[in-house]
Design a protein around this ligand. Structure first.
Ligand SMILES: Nc1ncnc2c1ncn2[C@@H]1O[C@H](COP(=O)(O)OP(=O)(O)OP(=O)(O)O)[C@@H](O)[C@H]1O
Ligand SMILES: [Mg+2]
Length: 309
């Protein structure tokens, strides 16, 4: 069973407008709403793959209900902790000339009792068959050790963890020994303390060092430059697949979903690599963070070039 944890979900609101007039009346041409947040994106992608997951984390107010409805309509199981206040709405305003203005809400403040409730839920869900995906930022005021705490809790009961976070959340999370990670280049460079762009060789060396501490997989994504994928018995570089780019946001989340799905299904390393690369590229072809179709992902899987390094 896969459980995705989204501590800071959001309704993503996309607005299209001719030209934004600050201080004036703006008439919206088109508006779209979607359920967002990294863990939720992962759940949606796993669903597209034909797999299933339980989505948990915090939801609040009417926006929270909207997110739950969107997920339930997609047949994704929800087991959220309901909190006081309103889940965030993040608005992206697209102008005809290509300019994008973002308006992000702060989201609810999480009471200690609610945090405890979430930890108890994870404890209940955890077991040798459970793979947790901890992804994305956390609400304001939540301690940056939270993912580390969750990892320790889950591992005590034999569960597995895939961590996708940055900065201190990543650093403290790593100390607790997650089973899989998917940092992008910048996240790994920051963690490793590089003051400049690291070479692929350096990134690989660092990922390998993390694996030697007992990890099962480290996928270092490098955007349009592809990815380095490191497993105990194999390390590879794959160039990015050539696709018509629409939005690169969420490409990493799709790769995380692929790693989790492949692990849950017990896929061989080769197939896991192909799925990771195809999922990332597929996500780039879709609008916003929308997951790619399985039909496209299958086609892309055949095109993945794998170089052992
Ligand atoms: N422009 C692109 N063309 C083809 N493939 C891409 C492109 N951008 C990303 N990808 C694929 O998706 C993978 C993940 O992308 P990226 O490294 O941007 O993740 P990320 O920074 O974690 O993204 P996010 O957190 O926004 O989801 C890359 O390793 C690559 O395989
Ligand atoms: Mg990412």
């Amino acid at each position: 069973m896969i459980v995705t944890v989204t501590m800071n979900p959001a309704v993503d609101k996309t607005v299209e407008i001719e030209r934004l007039l600050p201080g004036g009346l703006n008439r919206i041409r088109k508006v779209e709403y979607d359920a967002g947040g990294k863990g939720i994106n992962v759940s949606k992608t796993i669903q597209k793959f034909g797999g299933s997951s339980v989505a948990t984390g915090f939801l609040g107010g009417n926006t929270g209900k909207t997110i739950e409805n969107v997920l339930k309509n997609q047949k994704i199981s929800c087991d959220f902790v309901w909190v006081d206040g309103e889940t965030r709405t993040n608005t992206k305003v697209f102008e005809k000339n290509g300019a994008v203005t973002e308006l992000n809400e702060p989201g609810p403040v999480i009471a200690d009792a609610k945090l405890l409730e979430l930890l108890e839920k994870l404890d209940r869900l955890s077991g040798p068959e459970t793979l947790f995906v901890l992804a994305g930022s956390v609400p304001v005021g939540v301690d940056k050790h939270i993912y580390g705490d969750m990892i320790r809790l889950v591992k005590k009961k034999g569960g597995k963890v895939l961590l996708d976070a940055d900065g201190e959340l990543f650093r403290y999370g790593l100390e607790a020994g997650p089973d899989m990670i998917k940092p992008n280049r910048v996240e790994l460079e920051e963690y490793a303390g590089f003051q400049r762009e690291a070479s692929e060789k350096e990134l690989l060396k660092f990922a390998r060092r993390l694996l030697d501490r007992g990890m099962e997989a480290a996928a270092v994504s490098m955007g349009k430059d592809g990815a380095l994928l490191v497993f105990p018995g194999r390390q590879v570089k794959c160039p990015a697949l050539s696709v018509k780019a629409h939005s690169t946001v969420g490409a990493g989340d799709a790769m995380v979903a692929a790693l989790a799905f492949a692990r849950d299904k017990g896929m061989e390393t080769e197939e896991t690599i192909r799925l990771c690369m195809a999922a990332g590229a597929g996500a780039v072809t879709t609008v916003g963070t929308k997951p790619p179709s399985m039909e496209l992902v299958r086609k892309l899987m055949e095109q993945v070039e794998i170089s052992d390094i």
